[in-house]
Design a protein around this ligand. Structure first.
Ligand code: SF4
Length: 359
């Protein structure tokens, strides 16, 4: 069965990392727990989006002057409301977010300090369908910050809240960089764009010679030829994912791949460790022998969950069983809520998925 797919960098990366994770996330739409790091990153992005709006200069200046967000009541309220909801409102996490936000705001937040941009966008959405010149794909996403300069150059900025900066393929052949560059070519033809990834936990300062700290990774311009080639690659990925089957889902488990040799995250590291949290003091080690704490793949263990289905039994959305009250069925449209059982990742539990999904 062919289904409509909108490609994003994270969707493609998921499929590349583990075929079963893709199946769980995008076909079964299983509920997922977000981790602390992702929650904090989301809140930082929200604050950047808020402070990037016009009329927020006073708040922006106060935070930079005091080197802290807590002196601005509206921002404090915004952070606290979401931090509480996402269970990251303890002192350590709040301090972490404070530092990341101040760090990000201090790095050319309104565009290049020397050359004022003539246009800037925050959370610039792109939603592009192409069917011409022998290529056919749909891409969508959001660019954290986009600056357009008079000389025809553009800066694509993406904030990262991860504990490590890029390694391996992410440095040399970065999917997000290429995807965003392609989006800018569509949205603002003729502009020459460069992506920069801003890692909020790292040094973002600029020295007297204009060199930035190790938290800023500037990518070279993706050439027009490279983007043309990428469009063909996207077309093939589009066809593959639109026809994704159970057979595809079980053909490339992360667990069966090699451990990454370049210090990046992937292969069996993505599976985490079952029962990890119960065994205090034991750690999974990455390729460099560093401890990986508190992590297990969200789709490794069996679970009971609830699904909101349309009249044809297609999954609209799901929730953990304990949160089933958050789902509401519109009976006039034939929607229903069903309790489902997920048997866990077949690589570890040697079972398939419930019969409903095998057809
Ligand atoms: S446990 Fe490993 S193999 Fe299974 S879905 Fe998760 S990442 Fe993939």
């Amino acid at each position: 069965m062919s289904r409509r797919v909108q490609l994003s960098a994270s969707r493609i990366k998921t499929a590349q990392q583990c075929s079963w994770t893709y199946w769980c996330k995008y076909i079964l739409k299983l509920p997922d727990t977000t981790n602390e790091g992702a929650s904090k990153g989301w809140i930082c992005h929200l604050v950047f989006e808020t402070l990037g709006q016009s009329g927020k200069k006073r708040e922006f200046n106060k935070i930079l002057k005091e080197r802290s967000v807590w002196g601005v009541p509206s921002i404090k309220k915004l952070i606290m409301s979401h931090a509480k909801r996402l269970a990251v409102d303890d002192d350590e996490n709040l301090e972490d977010m404070d530092k990341m936000i101040v760090n990000g705001l201090g790095y050319n937040f309104h565009g290049d300090a020397k050359h004022k941009p003539n246009k800037k966008f925050i959370e610039k959405e792109f939603n592009i369908d192409v069917d011409e010149r022998g290529v056919k794909y749909s891409i969508r996403g959001f660019i954290d910050q986009l600056f357009l300069y008079k000389d025809g150059t553009a800066t694509i900025r993406d904030f990262k809240s991860s504990k490590q900066t890029f390694k391996g393929k992410d440095l040399t052949d970065n999917l997000q960089d290429i995807m965003y560059s392609l989006a800018v070519r569509h949205l603002f033809p003729g502009n020459k764009s460069n992506s920069e990834f801003v890692f909020l936990k790292f040094d973002l300062s600029t020295d007297l010679l204009g060199h930035t700290g190790n938290g800023v990774i500037k990518m070279p311009t993706v050439t027009s030829e490279e983007l043309d080639g990428f469009e063909h690659e996207l077309s093939a990925i589009q066809t593959y994912l639109e026809n994704y089957s159970y057979k595809n889902a079980t053909c490339s488990y992360a667990a069966k791949k090699d451990y990454p040799k370049d210090g990046s995250f992937g292969g069996p590291l993505a599976c985490g460790r079952e029962g990890y949290k119960k065994r205090k003091g034991e750690f999974l080690l990455d390729a460099n022998g560093k401890k990986i704490k508190n992590f297990i793949c969200a789709f490794r263990k069996p679970m009971k969950y609830s699904a909101l289905l349309d009249k044809d039994d297609n999954v609209i959305k799901t929730s953990f069983y304990k949160d089933r009250g958050t789902l509401t069925a519109d009976k006039s449209k034939g929607e229903k809520i069903k309790t489902m059982e997920y048997d866990g990742c077949p690589h570890f539990h040697n079972k398939g998925i419930i019969d409903d999904f095998l057809s």
